[in-house]
Write a protein that binds this ligand. Sequence first.
Ligand SMILES: [Zn+2]
Length: 234
Amino acid sequence: MLLSGVTLAASVAEAAPVRQVIGHSALDRPITSWRQGDPESEFRVLVVGSVHGDERQGMRVVSRLRQQLAGRKGPKRIGIWTVKSANPDGTAANTRKNARGVDLNRNFPFRWDGSLNGGYNSGPRPASEPETRTMMRFSRRVGFDLAIWFHQPWGRTLAPCNRDRQWALLYARLSGLGTGGGCDRSRYPGSAVSWQHHTDGTTAFVVEFGPGVQPRAVIARHARAVIRLAKRMD
Ligand SMILES: [Zn+2]
């Protein structure tokens, strides 16, 4: 009896989220990750709810996913790391850019373009921003197989024109948020997903919700789609 009690306690502890501050923003706000799912994860998933602080619907997907995985191991061999906002200063101020006026999704070092300014200000140099460096360090440390970054307001799943395309297409089917056909030829210099794909071979893509607040059922369907996609890829 004692033994089974101990075993039960251990498995509950394993299933509890492991919260970790992975870095800090320009204004010293913590950037926090929750690890959930199977602690023996061989397949590692990252979900980022928001990197542009005025695009907030993906944070609801993260909350929903966390709820769904709470107290459960979730799918076997799959570990899920969630970051509600990689831009907590922008989230607090409800601005696209970080507190230093940089578009973090143009600040990653792969194909960084220093000529961008205004709304897409790429920063004074590649990875100049603490939030960018936090996500780079974190990605390198964990080594993600799959990464999904939520944005707004285009209302489609962006399928890259590389081998990740098939998985973005499957996600589009599972979530009900279509790609609009074909793959996305526009290059986004200094973006998080192209850096992850290039550096770690991570399957990484962007999901763009439409503008405004999404229905609760849509948020729930995206949370399920993340898990279903990971299961299909594993
Ligand atoms: Zn965005």
